[in-house]
Design a protein around this ligand. Structure first.
Ligand SMILES: NC(=O)c1ccc[n+]([C@@H]2O[C@H](COP(=O)([O-])OP(=O)(O)OC[C@H]3O[C@@H](n4cnc5c(N)ncnc54)[C@H](OP(=O)(O)O)[C@@H]3O)[C@@H](O)[C@H]2O)c1
Length: 335
């Protein structure tokens, strides 16, 4: 049990040889960073980036000791800027919170009010964290594709790679809910029923997506794509996009670099669109959460999330790096 002047958190430390390890600790509130808003955290969630940070990968953290947790939802305890009142339910995703700022794997966080979005009333805090960064990223990707002409009437299926992961699941659900025909690219055949229930019209195996195309332009197949994996799969899928369509580049779990021909850009007018959810402006975040609240089929969120106590996060951090987490792992920081 922690008192009102203390909080409980996963604290990461680094030894002299650079090895990162984590332990659960009770800290005084005076250890929180300096900012205008104190939040009693209710839930966090696990993102691929949290897995990297807990395992000391990617040089994402500047200073130790560090509290990870990219996403959080909670109740405002105090806000000296006046932007929020005590008791307001707020969401924080991105802004490098959990990387260079203490994050959501804690029962209390101190944050800048300009980072916070008011939580939609139609969703529970657990559902909000099932969405979290993954949902914001999925909606940013859809909005980018729409801005470049994608509509449900566009011929062909929209390909989502890494479909059974966090961002992938939200993409499948969001696209299908908006009337798009979705092809779910996955390396786990065991997720067939899961992805079909989320709304996927067809499944494409990872092997098929990894197979080198016969030339720089293959059969024009996809109405658009959201790529969560990068590497060879991203390079390959560009050659199978239909004319004047786009791919939103989101993730890098299969590699940071890719090889591709310029011909899809020159001869089919395809677009490659970068997605950066971390620095998404606050005005756009408000629109994104409004759209998420309206457009995500709420009945599909519960089967897509699993709620874990905070004591599970270190183990889950290893599992997400191996592609073993399905959908979204929501973290009950008070359990
Ligand atoms: N751009 C942004 O703003 C932004 C925001 C959030 C996340 N991201 C990035 O998006 C990616 C996905 O994040 P996430 O939190 O959804 O992670 P996740 O839950 O682990 O999902 C990644 C999925 O990719 C597939 N996968 C794993 N290893 C693979 C490999 N070697 N080759 C091909 N596919 C592989 C798996 O799906 P299947 O089992 O279905 O194959 C896995 O579930 C990460 O790279 C993350 O850093 C970017």
């Amino acid at each position: 049990m922690t008192s009102e002047t203390q909080f409980h958190a996963l604290v990461l430390d680094q030894d002299g040889e650079g090895k990162v390890s984590g332990s659960f600790q009770t800290l005084g509130n005076d250890r929180l960073p300096d900012a205008d808003t104190t939040v009693k955290v209710l839930y966090s969630a696990l993102n691929y980036k949290d897995g990297m940070i807990m395992n000391g990968l990617g040089k994402l953290v500047n200073e130790y000791p560090h509290i990870p947790g990219v996403d959080l939802v909670g109740e405002v305890e105090e806000c000296t800027s006046g932007a929020f009142q005590p008791g307001d339910m707020v969401i924080c995703t991105g802004w490098r919170v959990g990387e260079i700022w203490w994050g959501g794997f804690a029962t209390r966080a101190r944050l800048k009010s300009e980072w916070l979005v008011r939580a939609p009333e139609s969703m529970s805090p657990q559902q909000i964290m099932a969405i979290g960064t993954a949902g914001v990223t999925a909606m940013m990707s859809l909005m980018a594709l729409e801005a470049h002409g994608l509509t449900p009437e566009t011929e062909g299926e929209v390909l989502v790679t890494g479909a059974a992961g966090g961002v992938g699941s939200l993409c499948v659900m969001l696209l299908a809910g908006n009337g798009y025909r979705v092809a779910a690219g996955t390396g786990r055949d065991s997720t067939r029923d899961y992805l079909t229930d989320l709304g996927a019209a067809s499944l494409v195996s990872r092997e098929e997506l990894e197979e080198a195309p016969r030339g720089p332009l293959t059969k024009a197949r996809w109405a658009g794509a959201i790529d969560n994996v990068g590497g060879k799969i991203l390079g390959n899928l560009l050659s199978a996009l239909r004319p004047n369509t786009s791919c939103a580049a989101v993730g890098n779990v299969a590699g940071f670099s890719f090889e591709a021909s310029v011909l899809p850009f020159l001869l089919r007018g395809v677009n490659l669109l970068g997605i950066d959810s971390v620095n998404c402006p606050i005005e756009q975040r408000r629109i994104i959460w409004e759209r998420l609240a309206k457009e995500l089929p709420l009945d599909k969120i519960d089967p897509m999330m699993e709620i874990h106590p905070m004591s599970d996060v270190l183990k889950l951090g290893g599992e997400i790096l191996k592609g073993q987490v399905r959908g979204r792992a929501v973290i009950d920081v008070n359990a």
